[in-house]
Ligand binder design. Structure first.
Ligand SMILES: C[S@@+](CC[C@H](N)C(=O)[O-])C[C@H]1O[C@@H](n2cnc3c(N)ncnc32)[C@H](O)[C@@H]1O
Length: 206
């Protein structure tokens, strides 16, 4: 993984610290906006969250949506199970072909804040796996820190200090998805956090 956890960033390995920072930076209103416009969950959907962290996206899903979360961090998965285990399934594992063949196909695969932690080969592999796990017409939805011409210097400075070492621009994220999907839409937003920040929102349809 293209990630640094030195210095203060090590604190983010603690689920409570990670969650507190996430909620400080992005309001529930903005998270709900992203979920409702990009993920568009329904009560009968099956959703796979790759790199689910402490699993907090479950809070924004209808209660009957089937939600499976995977993360490499045992601490995050333990916290996800503590908080949300009553209505979703969480696994401490890397999503791979074997995992996917043991699960039914999904309507949506989410990777929130994951691509910018992965090098190009790992990110292309994630899109290939997502495609394998999706039903025809299913979608993979991502959101990541993004470089953009004219973005706030404060946003760029924050993004430069992210744990993820593979932040790209919009074209960079789009190219990764295009290796597996023909239908890829991206949009850059500068207004989703309480502080100046830039995101690339991506949706690719199988
Ligand atoms: C910045 S965190 C994002 C967590 C969560 N999606 C959120 O938005 O709060 C990135 C997470 O991706 C996980 N991750 C990266 N590659 C993964 C993979 N191949 N399978 C499962 N988890 C992965 C890491 O363990 C890390 O917890």
């Amino acid at each position: 993984m293209a990630q640094t956890t030195s210095g203060l960033r090590k604190l983010l390995n603690h689920p409570a610290v990670y969650r507190a920072l996430q909620q400080l930076l992005m309001s529930d209103t903005k998270t709900a906006y992203w979920v409702n416009t990009c993920v568009r969950p329904t009560a009968t959907m099956r959703i796979l969250d790759i790199g689910c962290g402490p699993g907090d996206l479950v809070r924004f899903m209808p209660t009957t949506t089937v939600f499976e979360g995977f993360d490499l961090s045992q601490d995050y998965i333990d916290e996800a199970n503590r908080q949300h285990g009553h209505r979703a399934r969480f696994h401490c594992a890397r999503v791979d072909e074997a995992t996917l063949t043991s699960l039914d196909l999904f309507d949506v695969v989410i990777a929130r804040g994951v691509l910018h932690h992965l090098d190009d080969d790992e990110a292309r592999a994630l899109f290939a796996l997502a495609k394998q796990g999706l039903r025809a017409g299913g979608r993979v939805v991502t959101i990541d820190a993004c470089y953009a011409v004219g973005q706030s210097p404060f946003a760029k400075a924050l993004i430069d200090r992210d744990r993820g070492q593979s932040v790209r621009d919009e074209a960079g994220y789009r190219a990764l998805a295009k290796a597996a999907f023909n239908d890829v839409k991206t949009v850059v937003r500068h207004d989703l956090m309480r502080v100046p920040y830039t995101h690339c929102l991506l949706e690719a349809t199988a």
